[in-house]
Design a protein around this ligand. Structure first.
Ligand code: UGA
Length: 424
C-alpha cells in the first residue's frame, strides 16, 4: 500500500468521519480546521461531535491522526467545509474557495477533492480558479452520503463512492485508496457527481414526504400506516427504508439541498415541479402533532406540555432544522407551559431556536430526565426516537404520570396504553 499523507480540511461530521475511516486503514491524516476550539478538543482525544464510535476511533487511530490549525503539506487535500444556504436557496461556496486558497499557499500541484455539497458547476469553477492562480492541482468532486448518528459506520461500509473529474491519474489513485471501503467506486464527470448528491437527498426526502401524506390519508380511512409501509416496502423496487411515517424530516441537509436544486432549476429554466411539493408537504407535517393537540383541547393556553426529543433525529446532538423547533415555537405562541427534554441536543436546540425565532429559551424549561419532564403534564409529545424514549414502558408511564395524553410523532413507542400516532 502506498503511504499517502492525506489532508482533511474541516473537522465537522464529514471531515471527521473521513479522517477516522482513512486512519483506520493505515493512512496518515493531517486534519486541519481554522476553528482552534475544535482542534483543541480533538487534540485532547475527545470528539466535540456526539456521534457513535467517534471517540473510540479517535483513541484507536491516535498515531495516524494529526490535528492542527496550520495546514500541513500532504499528497492530497479533501475539502469538507460547510456550505450553508443563502436566502435565495443558492448554497454559499465561499468556504470552499477559502480552503482552496489555504491549500494553494503551500501546494500548487497535489489533488484537491471536494466533499462539501455544492452547486452544480462548482468543481469546474474551482478548477478554473486553481489554474488561473498558476496551480496544477487536479480538482475532483466526491459527494458524501453519510447520515448523522451513523456517520462512522456509513464511512466504513458505504453503498458506493463517487468521484467526478477528469484527471485519470488522480482518479486511479482515489479508486485504489477507497477500494479499502467498497468495490463500488464510480467515476463520472464533475457535473454528474455534483447532481448525484442532490438527487439522492431530494429522492430520500420525497420518499418520506410521500409516506407521510399517505399516513395522513390512512387516518381518515381506518388504515394503519405501519402495515401499509411494511407491505409496500417489500417490493424491491420501492424498498423498506425511509418509509417510517411521522412528524416530518429535519436536519441541515434535505431542505437545504432541495432549495439548492430548485434554485438551480430556476436559474437554468428547467422547471422542476415535484420537489417544491416535498418541502411544502414537510412544512405541513412538522405541525401535525400540534393539530392533534388542538383536536383534543379547545385551548392550549396554560396547558402543561412535555416535548421529548429535540435533536433532528436520534443519536445526534444536532438540532438544526429539527421538528422540535417548529413545534415548541407553536406551543409557546399558544401560551402553553412547555417542558423540554433531550439527552444530547439541548445546547444546539437553544442556539438554533434563538437563530430562527430571535428568542432565547429559558434554561428552566429543560429537564435532565424523562420522569421529571413528564411529571404532572397534560400532554407528552414524542419528536425524536432516542432509545430512552422509545423504550419507555407502561410501568414508567404509570409511575410518572398515568393520566397524560401521549402523542407519538415518530410512531416509536411500544406502550399498550392508548397513544395517538401518526397514520393510525
Ligand atoms: C441525510 C441523508 O440520509 C444522507 O445520505 C446524506 O449524506 C445527509 O443527509 C447529508 O446530505 O449530509 P441525515 O440528514 O443525517 O442524512 O439523516 P437521515 O437519516 O436522512 O434523516 C433525516 C430526517 O428524516 C430525520 O429528521 C429523520 O427523523 C427523518 N426520517 C428518516 C423520517 O421521518 N422517516 C424515515 O423513514 C427516515
Amino acid at each position: 500500500m502506498k503511504k499517502y499523507k492525506i489532508a482533511v480540511i474541516g473537522v465537522g461530521y464529514v471531515g471527521l468521519a473521513l479522517s477516522l475511516g482513512l486512519a483506520s486503514k493505515g493512512y496518515e491524516i493531517n486534519c486541519y480546521d481554522n476553528n482552534y476550539e475544535k482542534i483543541r478538543k480533538l487534540l485532547s482525544g475527545e470528539s466535540y461531535i456526539y456521534e457513535e464510535n467517534f471517540n473510540e476511533a479517535l483513541v484507536a487511530n491516535k498515531n495516524k491522526l494529526n490535528f492542527s490549525s496550520k495546514l500541513q503539506q500532504s499528497d492530497m487535500y479533501f475539502i469538507c467545509v460547510n456550505t450553508p444556504s443563502l436566502k435565495s436557496g443558492k448554497c454559499d461556496i465561499s468556504r470552499i474557495f477559502n480552503a482552496v486558497d489555504v491549500i494553494m499557499r503551500i501546494d500548487k500541484k497535489s489533488p484537491i477533492i471536494i466533499k462539501s455539497t455544492c452547486e452544480v458547476g462548482t468543481s469546474r469553477k474551482i478548477q478554473k480558479y486553481v489554474n488561473k492562480n498558476n496551480g496544477k492541482n487536479p480538482v475532483i468532486f466526491s459527494p458524501e452520503f453519510l447520515s448523522q448518528g451513523t456517520a462512522y459506520k456509513n464511512m466504513l461500509t458505504p453503498d458506493r463512492i463517487i468521484f467526478g473529474g477528469n484527471d485519470v491519474q488522480t482518479l486511479n489513485e482515489l479508486k485504489i485508496i477507497f477500494s479499502n471501503f467498497t468495490n463500488n467506486v464510480l467515476i463520472m464527470n464533475w457535473e454528474s457527481a455534483e447532481i448525484v448528491k442532490y438527487t439522492a437527498n431530494a429522492l430520500l426526502a420525497t420518499k418520506i414526504a410521500a409516506i407521510n401524506e399517505i399516513a395522513n390519508l390512512c387516518e381518515k380511512t381506518g388504515a394503519a400506516i405501519k402495515d401499509v409501509s411494511f407491505a409496500v416496502g417489500l417490493d424491491d423496487r420501492i424498498g423498506e427504508k425511509f418509509l417510517n411515517a411521522g412528524c416530518g424530516f429535519g436536519g441541515s441537509c434535505f431542505e437545504k439541498d432541495i432549495k439548492a436544486l430548485l434554485y438551480l432549476s430556476k436559474k437554468l429554466k428547467s422547471n422542476l415541479k415535484i420537489f417544491n411539493s416535498t418541502l411544502k408537504a414537510n412544512s405541513y407535517q412538522r405541525l401535525v402533532v400540534v393539530q392533534k393537540l388542538k383536536a383534543n383541547f379547545d385551548n392550549l393556553k396554560g396547558k402543561s406540555i412535555a416535548v421529548l426529543g429535540l435533536a433532528f433525529k436520534e443519536n445526534t446532538n444536532d438540532a438544526r432544522e429539527s421538528v422540535g423547533l417548529y413545534v415548541v415555537n407553536e406551543l409557546i405562541k399558544n401560551l402553553a407551559e412547555v417542558r423540554l427534554y433531550d439527552p444530547e441536543a439541548v445546547n444546539s436546540f437553544i442556539n438554533e431556536y434563538e437563530i430562527k425565532f430571535k428568542y432565547k429559551l429559558d434554561k428552566k424549561m429543560f429537564f435532565n430526565n424523562i420522569k421529571q419532564t413528564i411529571k404532572n403534564v397534560d400532554v407528552c409529545i414524542i419528536l425524536t426516537s432516542w432509545e430512552q424514549i422509545k423504550n419507555l414502558t407502561d410501568k414508567d408511564i404509570d409511575e410518572a404520570n398515568p393520566n397524560m395524553l401521549i402523542i407519538d410523532g415518530r410512531n416509536c413507542l411500544k406502550l399498550t396504553k392508548n397513544v395517538i400516532k401518526i397514520g393510525g
